[in-house]
Design a protein around this ligand. Structure first.
Ligand code: PMP
Length: 462
């Protein structure tokens, strides 16, 4: 076994050799890196032996906790057979079994599974499938290769995923590389672009979407949407009936509905998939993150028989979907994903969530009285708190104040790990978190926000 590298040396090497994602490295190099060595349940443990509650589920992926015996065993058992073969021209048992299980739990009507490695790629696959589908199924329809999506959307970091995304800070500088799309205002009720209030608004934000679909449907291949929760946009949650109406409009105007369930899938919103809250079956569905219970990188794009069959034909018709990655259908990933679904069944995870979700709601409610808390949003085990400068006017805190970052740093000192999105503090605990752990997380969150309240606007806040 390799000798243990002392924590301080690891910290030096991290600063010296690494480049971290979504991280201002100049800032990173000045702070002591937190290096996680182990985990257990809802806790992460660093190289110094300090324990932290995993308030982000290790960036929204972990469901049943770290070191779950069923998940650990699934990987070890598979490793005794083989770690990886290829899916190009070959198959493997866990990938086959997992596909069957996924179809069993997916929204009714989804019948085929195409594997990839991460959420962005699962979205890219959906985009490519949609374009090729229209070329092959309805060539007479002309080029149908535009996508409609919501403003503030985030569907991943690859060029296609960014093209259907719309977060200026992340995506703006890459505009020269992106393909043109159509976008529409999201159902951001707290900051309604139409200055209306739900339900008396009758979801008027859908009118421009209908107008776009009506006038441009001949060129629109698909409508890409995160069902129910636009997560990286700052947890924008659509009102009841919104998704269902989007489904109806897509059907009416012959546009494919592409559901990005990368963040919302696998119990996050209280049901296995967010689409199932409104009885919606998308035409294409991208999944990743929770697919392996947060253990291995794996993703999939699910689709209907109607779309799949448009790709069938003699080889020389060239209807093949020419897309695939070296690690597609990786057996270790598929084995642990199967174990993840087994835990859902044996531990009745979804049924057990209901009281936890209600508890989380009760715990979060009093935070509304804190001076900076503008809005508290929650859907299942996805919660967020939007911090504002002025609760009456809802004036935003300038990003330069780094309020989200400061709250996260305060929480870290108290033993809770958070990853904010700008001024929005996100709490996404593992689904397996106990009542005590949820209480402790919210307690730390409240203390941390409270501590950061006072210096807002002070010179040292910049
Ligand atoms: N779609 C959504 C909704 C996401 O939240 C994310 C990641 N946060 C992605 C796609 C991209 O997934 P990945 O980071 O695995 O590429």
């Amino acid at each position: 076994m390799a000798p243990r590298t002392p924590p301080d040396t690891l910290a030096d090497w991290d600063r010296k050799y690494l480049w971290h994602p979504f991280t201002q490295m100049q800032e990173w190099e000045q702070e002591a890196p937190l290096i996680i060595e182990r985990g257990k349940g809802a806790y992460l443990i660093d190289t110094q032996g300090r324990k932290y509650l995993d308030g982000t589920s290790s960036i929204w992926v972990n469901l049943h906790g770290h070191r779950h015996p069923t998940l650990d065993r699934a990987i070890k058992n598979q490793l005794d057979k083989i770690a990886h073969s290829t899916f190009l021209g070959l198959s493997n048992p866990p990938a086959i079994q997992l596909a069957r299980e996924l179809i069993r739990i997916a929204p009714k009507g989804l019948k085929r599974v195409f594997y990839s490695d991460n959420g962005s790629t699962a979205v890219e696959v959906a985009l490519k499938m949609a374009v090729q589908y229209w070329q092959q199924r309805h060539p007479e329809a002309g080029p149908k290769h535009t996508f409609l999506h919501l403003k503030l959307a985030y569907h991943g970091d690859t060029i296609g995923a960014i093209s259907v995304g719309n977060i200026e800070l992340f995506h703006g500088r890459f505009k020269p590389l992106l393909f043109p799309t159509l976008d529409a205002e999201p159902p951001y009720c707290y900051r309604c672009p139409l200055a209306l209030t739900y339900p008396s608004c009758h979801m008027a934000c859908l009118d421009p979407i209908e107008q776009l679909l009506k006038t441009r449907h001949r060129e629109i291949a698909g409508f890409v949407i995160e069902p129910l929760v636009q997560a990286a946009a700052g947890m924008i949650m659509s009102p009841p009936g919104y998704l269902k109406r989007i489904r109806e409009l897509c059907t009416q105007y012959n546009v494919l509905l592409i559901a990005d369930e990368v963040a919302t899938g696998f119990g996050r919103t209280g049901k296995m998939f967010a689409c199932q809250h409104e009885g919606v079956t998308p035409d294409l569905m991208a999944i990743s993150k929770g697919l392996t219970g947060g253990y291995m990188p794996l993703a999939a794009t699910l689709t209907t028989e109607a779309i799949y069959s448009a790709f069938l034909g003699k080889y020389e018709e060239f209807k093949t979907f020419f897309h695939g990655h070296s690690y597609t259908g990786n057996p270790l990933g598929c084995a642990v994903a199967l174990a993840n679904l087994e835990v859902f069944r044996t531990e009745k995870t979804l049924a057990g969530l209901r009281p936890k979700v209600a508890l989380l709601k009760r715990l979060l409610k009093p935070l509304a009285d804190l001076p900076l808390v503008g809005d508290i949003r929650q859907r299942g085990m996805m919660a967020s708190i939007e911090l504002v400068q002025n609760k009456t006017t809802r004036e935003a805190i300038p990003l330069q104040a780094r309020i989200g970052h400061r709250v996260a740093m305060e929480a870290r000192l108290r033993g809770l790990l958070l990853r904010p999105i700008g001024n929005v503090i996100v709490l996404m605990p593992p689904l397996s978190s106990t009542r005590d752990q949820l209480s402790r997380m919210v307690e730390i969150l409240a203390d941390s926000i409270d501590t950061c309240t006072h210096p807002i606007g002070a010179p040292d806040a910049a």
